[in-house]
Ligand binder design. Structure first.
Ligand code: NDP
Length: 260
């Protein structure tokens, strides 16, 4: 019996155990996927060893710690600087990142994106920025506070900057709207940018956030973070069990019909 889990804090809301266990059952595999709320002061490596995990997914706020404890990093995880999928094999921790390709695969329904604006400058922005860079899409970043690196953006903008509406796609990669009712930037700044855009991508899933409501009001084509979540989960599953991505994605997508 193989053991897997998603580790984060908070973790109650995560649907990863549902998606993975559904796929495990459907494919007749001998494994179980649980969830573990790691105390912020706790050591991630100790938890992986204590729980006897063969692999795990890592979420907020431990992706950088996951990167630090990895003995071997995939090229993408190394470039992004964060790890969301760990394989524990032969006494070694192998760190991967499936967020970036999970994001890009879910963008495919939006055609002809010349320039994007990413709202936020945290771990998810790193993965999204890497994905846009790798695929030749120019982007700016807008965050409420400055950072000491630019994520490869053409411009790193703050709320106090003058910003002309010039983006085909606006991505909310902040956690604004997750546990509150906030927009990711002040309304007066964001509204004209959204009004001139064609597409809006929200990384949060399972609710209509203020950002999605604003995008709907301006008739943009929208996507929430559910497909990105399913993609990153199916990519992680492929690493855990050496299965085919397309098959697992279909199983996980179908499983959502049974989710209450
Ligand atoms: P981080 O904590 O690393 O970064 C959060 C970012 O949001 C920071 O830039 C922060 O600004 C900004 N922010 C937080 N609150 C506000 C606010 N009220 N107004 C404006 N900006 C705000 O988080 P992550 O990057 O790891 O996660 C971000 C979101 O992405 C979460 O909601 C997470 O659930 C979601 N996510 C979804 C995935 C999916 O598959 N759909 C996968 C991974 C993440 P500052 O830098 O100034 O603090």
């Amino acid at each position: 019996m193989l053991n897997f889990a998603v580790i984060g804090n908070p973790i109650k809301h995560s649907i990863s155990p549902f998606l993975h266990n559904f796929a495990i059952k459907s494919l007749g595999l001998e494994a179980f996927y649980g969830r573990y709320e790691l105390e912020k002061s706790e050591n991630l490596l100790n938890a992986i060893l204590k729980l006897n995990l063969n692999g795990c997914n890592i979420t907020l706020p431990f992706k950088e710690q996951a990167y630090q404890i990895s003995d071997v990093l995939s090229d993408d995880a190394k470039n992004i600087g964060s790890v969301n999928t760990i394989i524990h094999k032969n006494g070694k921790i192998f760190g991967h990142n499936t967020d970036f390709s999970g994001f890009f695969l879910s963008l495919s329904k939006f055609k002809n994106i010349n320039k994007a604006l990413i709202l936020g400058a945290g771990g998810t922005t790193r993965a999204i920025a890497y994905s846009l860079l790798k695929n030749g899409i120019k982007f700016d970043i807008l965050n409420r506070s400055s950072k000491n690196f630019d994520f490869g953006a053409s411009r790193f903008l703050l709320w106090s900057d003058e910003i002309s509406p010039q983006y085909d796609l606006i991505i909310n990669a902040t956690s604004a709207g997750l546990n509150d009712n906030e927009l990711p930037a002040p309304f007066e700044l964001l509204s004209p940018l959204v009004a001139k855009s064609k597409f809006a991508f929200e990384v949060i899933y399972g609710k209509e956030t203020p950002f999605l409501s604003l995008a709907k009001k301006h008739n943009l084509e929208i996507s929430d973070g559910l497909e990105m979540l399913v993609n990153q989960a199916a990519l992680a599953f492929e690493l855990f069990f050496d299965t085919k991505f397309d098959l697992v994605k279909e199983i996980m997508q179908n499983s959502l019909k049974f989710k209450s």
